[in-house]
Design a protein around this ligand. Structure first.
Ligand SMILES: NC(=O)c1ccc[n+]([C@@H]2O[C@H](COP(=O)([O-])OP(=O)(O)OC[C@H]3O[C@@H](n4cnc5c(N)ncnc54)[C@H](OP(=O)(O)O)[C@@H]3O)[C@@H](O)[C@H]2O)c1
Length: 485
């Protein structure tokens, strides 16, 4: 029996894309599964002057699953408050609605504020929530915020300071939706629930780890934002760093939020701050040009993009953690737009046997692959004997992929993370210390690149796995990318 949670959600940016496409459908799944039932309400706020009915109709349009009756009963819990977050007077009306709904649905003061809007407004909202006394004194007050969390360490710190005047760190839930993905959450289970793997999960047995977050789409309609971000900020600082932490954190004393976050913070604290010379040898940037058929436009010809833009749509690099367990083990990372297919996967490349026992033939590196998306599962590639009378070595591969029925049971990342925030579970949210460490890492790369503004962009064709230099990062050490696209 799923336990119902009493929560009042206040969604700032309630008329926006994120709210409609991700948050309301995710809340509906929680409702269908019983995590939300009678004692909840959702207030959407934004400037446009919508009525409750108009708002509900828009929410309804984005719901699938369930019966008509379930969908209609669910949206009856939705209310709209027209509100400019910069106008103090508007918070009075919002407070009145919050108090009214808290009483109506017997929520007992549990409040979850979601900032689904531009980060520049987070500080204003947080200040007003405190000064206009919208925080509950009875139940909990929690804040969920979205990326981008700053564009460098300084701006992230300013954003953090703007929030922590109102909310304690343990009340702030920083969404990184990669931490809500089934196979990313599975990483610690694969590592620690298999003692034989746990025993070899270190520099003695692992040669390198490869993380690929490939997107097949280009910049689409996000050109304006992307010109201020680039792949390093958009994908590496957050998602890739969080995945590295999941792969590298030392065994916690207990599988509980605080212990997990403490263990992860050791990884973030061990991130290097590369010198420009190190950046030049360890990181590669790229920008997509047309595809071979000339059908897809180059990044520089996309809408809202400067024709001479030096913004990178591709990054590959080597992250060396300064932790004894990982000394000498490069974490190779790679992300880009307009790559051949959308794919997130992790390849843990184990050391090859160098004993010369099989003198005639050198065994290759065994690999554990974690498929994150679109498939979810694990693959293990081991060395074995060729079938028959030969004593030659060949790769044996075993695969566990979720089937279509299992995939259907996998909750969407937002559904999972919203529930964890409602339950007050911090283990799958980005913490400030981690964010600070990964910004320092990324800032050093940005600053090295800024000193060399002339780049030979575009330097990879749409539909390929990025510039040649990304392959050379590995081949120069005798390695190669396991995933070839
Ligand atoms: N969309 C996604 O899939 C996604 C994914 C990850 C992160 N994010 C991040 O989430 C945030 C929201 O993204 P989005 O795509 O939903 O943007 P959006 O569609 O432009 O929504 C922005 C919302 O903010 C409201 N707003 C703007 N200024 C306001 C003000 N002064 N007072 C009150 N409301 C105001 C807008 O409504 P009014 O114009 O009616 O005021 C609208 O509801 C952004 O920071 C984005 O980077 C989005």
């Amino acid at each position: 029996m799923v336990k119902e949670n009493n929560t009042l959600f206040v969604i700032f940016g309630g008329s926006g894309d994120l709210a409609h496409r991700k948050l309301y459908p995710a809340l509906f799944q929680l409702y269908l599964k019983g995590s939300l039932n009678e004692h909840f309400a959702v207030i959407g706020t934004a400037r446009r002057p919508w009525s409750h009915e108009f708002f509900r109709a828009g929410v309804l349009e984005n719901l699938s699953d369930g019966t008509v009756e379930q969908r209609e009963t669910f949206v009856e819990h939705f209310y709209y408050q027209s509100h400019d977050v910069k106008d103090s007077a508007h918070y009075v009306a919002l407070k009145r609605l919050i108090d009214e709904l808290d009483a109506k649905y017997q929520i007992n003061g549990n409040r979850l504020f979601y900032m689904a809007m531009a980060p520049a407004l987070f500080g204003t909202i947080a200040d007003h929530l405190r000064s206009e006394r919208l925080l509950s004194t009875g139940g909990y007050n929690r804040l969920i915020i979205e990326k981008p969390f700053g564009h460098d360490y300084e701006s992230a710190l300013a954003l953090n300071n703007a929030i922590v005047g109102t909310f304690d760190q343990d009340q702030v839930f920083r969404i990184d939706h990669y931490l809500g993905k089934e196979m990313v959450q599975n990483i610690p289970f694969i590592r620690f629930a298999n003692p034989f793997l746990d025993a070899v999960w270190n520099r003695d047995y692992i040669d390198n780890i490869q993380i690929t977050l490939a997107e097949s789409l280009g910049v689409e309609e996000r050109g304006g934002y992307y010109e201020t971000a680039g792949a390093l900020r958009d994908m590496v600082q957050n998602h890739i760093m969080q995945i590295i932490a999941m792969l590298a954190f030392p065994r916690p004393t207990k599988y509980a939020d605080q212990e997990i976050n403490q263990a992860k913070s050791q990884v973030f604290a061990s991130l290097p701050v590369y010198t420009p010379a190190e950046v030049a040898t360890k990181f590669v940037r790229g920008q997509y040009g047309q595809d071979i058929a000339g059908k897809q436009v180059a990044y520089r010809d996309e809408d809202k993009i400067e024709p001479t833009s030096t913004v990178e749509t591709f990054v590959a690099g080597e992250v060396d953690l300064n932790l004894p367990q990982w000394q000498g083990v490069p974490f190779y990372v790679r992300t880009g737009k307009r790559l051949p297919t959308k794919k997130t996967r992790i390849d843990v490349v184990f050391k090859a046997d160098t004993s010369q026992l099989f003198a005639a033939q050198q065994p290759v590196n065994p690999v554990l692959t974690i498929q994150v998306e679109p498939e979810s599962g694990i693959e293990l590639t081991l060395n074995g004997k060729e079938i028959g009378t030969s004593s030659l070595i060949e790769p044996h591969q075993s695969q566990y992929l979720l089937n279509a029925d299992q995939q259907k049971q996998v909750p969407d990342a937002y559904e999972r993370l919203l529930l964890e925030a409602v339950l007050g579970k911090q283990g799958n949210f980005a913490q400030w210390e981690g964010m600070a460490g990964s910004w320092h890492f990324v800032d050093a790369i940005r600053s090295a690149w800024a000193q060399e503004p002339t780049v030979d962009f575009p330097n990879y064709q749409s539909g390929t796995m990025g510039p040649k230099a990304a392959d050379e990062l590995l081949t120069k050490t005798g390695r190669h990318w396991i995933y070839q696209g």
